[in-house]
Design a protein around this ligand. Sequence first.
Ligand SMILES: NC(=O)c1ccc[n+]([C@@H]2O[C@H](COP(=O)([O-])OP(=O)(O)OC[C@H]3O[C@@H](n4cnc5c(N)ncnc54)[C@H](O)[C@@H]3O)[C@@H](O)[C@H]2O)c1
Ligand SMILES: [Zn+2]
Length: 727
Amino acid sequence: MDSTVPSNDGFPTADVDPADEVKQLRDDLRRHNRLYYVEAKPEITDREYDRLMRRLIDLEEAHPELAADDSPTRRVGGEPIAGFVTVEHRTPMLSVENVYDETALAEWDARVRKRLREHAADEARQAAKAAGQELGDGDEIPDPPVTYLLEYKIDGVALALLYERGVLVRAVTRGDGARGDDVTHNARTLGGVPLRLNADPAAIPEECEVRGEAYIRNSDFAQLRADREAAGDEAYANPRNLTAGSLKLLDPALCAKRKLRFLAHGTGYVSGGDAAAFGEHGTFLNELRRWGIAPTPEVRTATDMPGLVAAIGEMIEAVPSLDFEVDGIVVKVDSHAQREVLGLRSKSPRWAVAFKWEKWEAVTTLTDVTFQVGKTGRVTPVAALKPVEIAGTTVSRASLHNRDEIERLDLKIGDRVVMEKAGKIIPHVVRVELEERTGDETPIAFPTDCPICSHMLLREEGGVDFRCPNEACPGRLRGSIKYFSSRKAMDVDGLGEKLIDALIDAGLVKSLPDLYRLKDRREELLALERMGETSVDNLLAGLEKSKSQPMWRLLTSLNIRHVGNTVSRALAGEFGTLDEVMRHDADSLAATDEIGGIIAASLAAWFADPANRATVEEFRALGLNLGSEAEKKPKAETDGVLGGKSLVVTGTLTRFKRDEIEELIREHGGKASSSVSKRTDYLVAGARAGSKLAKAEKAGVPVLNEEEFAALVGLPAAESTESKAET
Ligand SMILES: NC(=O)c1ccc[n+]([C@@H]2O[C@H](COP(=O)([O-])OP(=O)(O)OC[C@H]3O[C@@H](n4cnc5c(N)ncnc54)[C@H](O)[C@@H]3O)[C@@H](O)[C@H]2O)c1
Ligand SMILES: [Zn+2]
């Protein structure tokens, strides 16, 4: 009996030609693959996807003449990407079969036990035969015990890391399962990926492929997303998509900024030397930890269905507290010998299954769409929803991004919509439940004029956004002031959204500098609704205090396209004062660390506009801090353990190669310099360190040996360094 789906579960029955249905399913699945893997905009849930896939598998099995090598049933994942070196996996990187309920899980468990029992029975029969005996039918073969390991299914990008004699030599994405892309340059920047294993090369397999997931923490994702939003760029779709995109970057320095991490959950090709660690999966995960590779966390075990169900329940409960995206729980047979017996199917191993749930999704009603004008004039449609709980919070609004998105979703007011939370934090509309339409839904009219000032909206050239071009638009002003006073910019106490609206409505603030003129308009402030002496005092004190915020905050708050927090900090660190930034043209700005050509051009264009320069002059006259020499830094603040520190490496190293150690320094936020100066924070000295060591000692620069450096960046101690010493 088919386990998961009744055979005509919503699918056509006898009167449809199976060849036509197969073709249709293949086309649909290919399209959903592209939407899911490439565009990160799935139109159907995973469960629906799995249902279509199941149907195709069933049809292909029932009609072997329709089988085809390029069928979506034969491949996993996406496609390798053009522009990268394609690498063949020595053992294919498979998918994992999904189940969505206890019944299907119990059926999987029963299949595992049955196969193991049959195998044990075969063995017993053969042993008996060899011993010259016959095993009678009634002879009881006991069920072999099974231990299951349960791991979180991390929703990232599958990666295979190849270590040769303990050294990372290659990292390849899963690609289509048979061939993936060589992304070694970026994999070296991942947290949790040592360039060299902390193990005696003689004690580990000569070649060892460690498989796992590259991912981005939800907290880092939220930060990157906020920075990007502040810079006025289109938001990242979700953490998995950002991870995939980052791994495809050509410049590892850019990839490093995305703070990707790696968690290991398996092995691939292993050969030569001692593979003792590979007998059981659990032992292997522990071994990985000793080698310095982060294994998948919070693993549990179970030996029977009640144990599995209990463990799964507890793990699901803990999901909201995890800082990474989870799209299921993988149940795996622990013993590698049993895995051998169970074997593989074409796309997935028989010894593992993913328990999935339709998580962070809810269906609700779209009650209205409003149009917000942002600080750059961009008009964003916002969905008003009948409040619904998703992942522990109530959702009643969600951004619809732009007009194209509304069209793509074919959204109408009154529609039942499927909502999902990506990164557990950002709700978005996945799709409309078209079958539930009653005919009473009303179309959404995207405005042609600004909803605030009635100026005609302009479509951004080549883009999807519409903007209000009116510099004096109160909607833009409101957005600008909100941003100006927000925590990521000037961080002004006492200036909330309602007050901003009131200030604009009363005509008290017509531009950002006007905020600092409020102190001369005390009476008018007091006349505003709900403004007493205390609130006025708080507002004025907050504004006064913000005048001395560091220059990077002012620069951030100017709302220059592509210039968010990070860029402003880098500019302040490099130039110190706003005048110095303004004095440089696009070319010389682009020569600054962290500042690319597009950012530099945007800066130069903004400062070239006399109106903007006038604003800066107003701020100066009003007494705001425009920076000083003291704000210059040898390096912008970063948050690694070596954040902003300058290190020099010298002498003959034994544990690390020179480029490895320099990479480690950068990976942890530091800067690797070539000469020792007063500004050097550490000298890392190997054997026969010459003049640099002398200079460092004279300048009072702390000197570290390799092991001290390793400890500083959180690497485990090397077991024996002598054996590797060479010059
Ligand atoms: N909604 C859609 O339109 C759509 C489209 C395509 C795929 N999908 C979903 O994706 C599934 C297939 O995707 P897939 O082939 O990428 O497989 P998958 O992502 O469901 O599972 C396999 C992958 O899980 C990863 N993984 C994470 N943690 C793991 C752990 N602890 N142990 C083992 N593996 C772990 C592995 O890297 C492995 O490659 C479908 O079944 C469907 O649910 C949905
Ligand atoms: Zn307007």
